[in-house]
Design a protein around this ligand. Structure first.
Ligand code: HAX
Length: 440
């Protein structure tokens, strides 16, 4: 692994110099104004973070180190005979900033396979929870149990220079990513397959081995996993899971603790849990209408009903995006190739035709278009992974790639403790009356 680590360090040293010079020469340039409405309304649109791994454009969608999802699907190395990118390659791209060669991707695959051993006490921690516990609860508990192995936490206790933080964070990152599929598959087999666990196959790539341990050995499911684990990995820095990981990491909490915080955020229904909610919403609609393929008129009526009941239509809307999420489109393309006649997939496509004008007509929903979560469940269900409560764990395994690559950058660039200023409404009232900044 030395090669990738050395390349990362060299890139980070270069970047550090550039950042120093930007701050020295242009540190006083104003990036944007902040309005009171933004302060109250979820800080939307406030530029306040640096995340090197990806950048989101409201209309175009996500770009990873400058590459769009269609470009990633074309340029990143693939498994033999496969068409989808290997997420190992995306991790390399996010970390190093360059498209990797096949050998580099293979190297990462092998490293993760070698580091994937999960100690038994982690499984004991999972087993101590009731089997009814939500898979995300089990996942977060297991990540915290893995934390006992943190090389960063150990080294920090022993006393290390700030200059070496990145080194241990990098090692923890590689260990944690390597172990997550085993932990996630264990939770799946425990909860839904009576504890009939499947041993890892160290000859497979990261995604294929994950599919295998979940119990799905069909080649096209492995391809789906490669695509899924690639496209869910990163969405710049302000989303809840990325921001939480970064924020907690800024206190020099180790990567395990930081990632557990990110996963607690991903488990919220307005964020990663939306993939579970989408399938539930579709299934409830089908049940109510007694049909596995409701008509567009029936779907429209059901959307109106959902809105009238004061609920959100899951899988639609976004805090930043203002067009169809390219991650939705990538999954739609996959479905067109692999399962165009699946009834749930067809329903997802019908919702895509019907929902946007209805959501737009409310006049308040800023983005009426589908996000990543609108499509993923239908694909998983097609292959027999029907337990929707588990879907957010799959998202979490993928999200590790982006947020942990970012955490390596955070420490390599020596980013400080994050501590924005907050106000009270009392302060806001005085501010409004005085028309200018009032002292605390
Ligand atoms: N259905 C119904 N109402 C919606 C809506 C939807 N899909 N999307 C937004 N709205 C509502 C908001 O609840 C808000 O209503 P109030 O003013 O009454 O509070 C109003 O429209 C304005 O919201 P917005 O500015 O358009 O959206 P936000 O930035 O506040 O929220 C959300 C973005 C993603 C949370 C929102 O669109 C939503 O709740 N969508 C459904 C849940 C979902 O799919 N989440 C996954 C998002 C992608 C992701 O992170 N995946 O992990």
């Amino acid at each position: 692994m030395g090669y990738v680590k050395d390349r990362f360090k060299a890139k980070a040293d270069e970047q550090n110099k550039e950042i120093k010079s930007i701050i020295e020469q242009h540190g006083n340039m104003v990036v944007g104004d902040v309005t009171l409405a933004q302060v109250y309304q979820g800080m939307r649109g406030i530029t306040g973070l640096v995340t090197e791994t990806s950048l989101l454009d409201a209309n175009e969608g996500i770009r990873f180190r400058g590459f769009s999802i269609p470009e990633l699907r074309e340029k990143l190395p693939k498994a033999e005979g496969g068409q989808e990118p290997l997420p190992e390659g995306l991790f390399y791209l996010m970390l190093i900033g360059e498209v990797p060669t096949e050998e580099e991707v293979e190297h990462i695959s092998e490293t993760w396979a070698r580091r994937s051993h999960v100690p038994n006490y982690v499984f004991d921690v999972i087993e101590a929870l009731p089997v009814s516990a939500h898979p995300m609860t089990q996942f977060i508990a297991a990540i915290l149990a893995l934390q006992t192995q943190s090389r960063f936490a150990k080294a920090y206790t022993e006393g290390i220079s700030k200059k070496d933080h990145w080194n241990y964070v990098y090692e923890d990152t590689m260990d944690l990513i390597a172990r997550l599929p085993r932990v996630a598959a264990y939770i799946y087999r425990r909860k839904y397959k009576g504890g009939d666990h499947i041993q890892p196959d160290g000859m497979l790539d990261w995604s294929a081995n994950f599919a295998h341990m979940l119990g799905f050995d069909e080649e096209s499911f492995k391809e789906l996993m490669r695509l899924y684990l690639t496209i869910h990995s990163d969405h710049e820095g302000g989303n809840v899971s990325a921001h939480a990981t970064h924020l907690v990491g800024s206190a020099l909490s180790d990567p395990f603790l930081s990632f557990a915080a990110g996963m607690a955020g991903l488990a919220g229904p307005l964020h990663g849990l939306a993939n579970q909610e989408v399938i539930r919403w579709i299934e409830e609609m089908c049940k109510e209408l007694n049909s596995d393929q409701p008509t567009k008129e029936q779907i429209a009526d059901y959307i109106h009903k959902t809105l009238t009941e004061g609920k959100v239509v899951p899988g639609y809307g976004h805090a930043v995006l203002r067009k169809t999420d390219p991650r939705f489109t990538a999954q739609m393309e996959f479905a067109k190739r692999h399962c165009p006649d699946d009834p749930t997939v067809k329903t997802v496509w019908n919702i895509y035709e019907v929902a946007p004008p209805i959501l737009e007509s409310t006049g308040k929903i800023k983005n009426p278009w589908p996000n990543v979560d609108a499509h993923s469940g239908a694909l998983l269900k097609h292959y027999g992974l029907v337990e929707e409560e588990f879907y957010t764990v799959l998202f979490g395994v993928s999200r590790a790639l982006g947020v942990l690559a970012s955490l390596c950058w955070d420490r390599a660039l020596g980013f400080p403790l994050e501590r924005p200023k907050s106000i009270t409404t009392e302060w806001a009232k005085k501010f409004v009356t005085a028309g200018e900044k009032v002292p605390e």
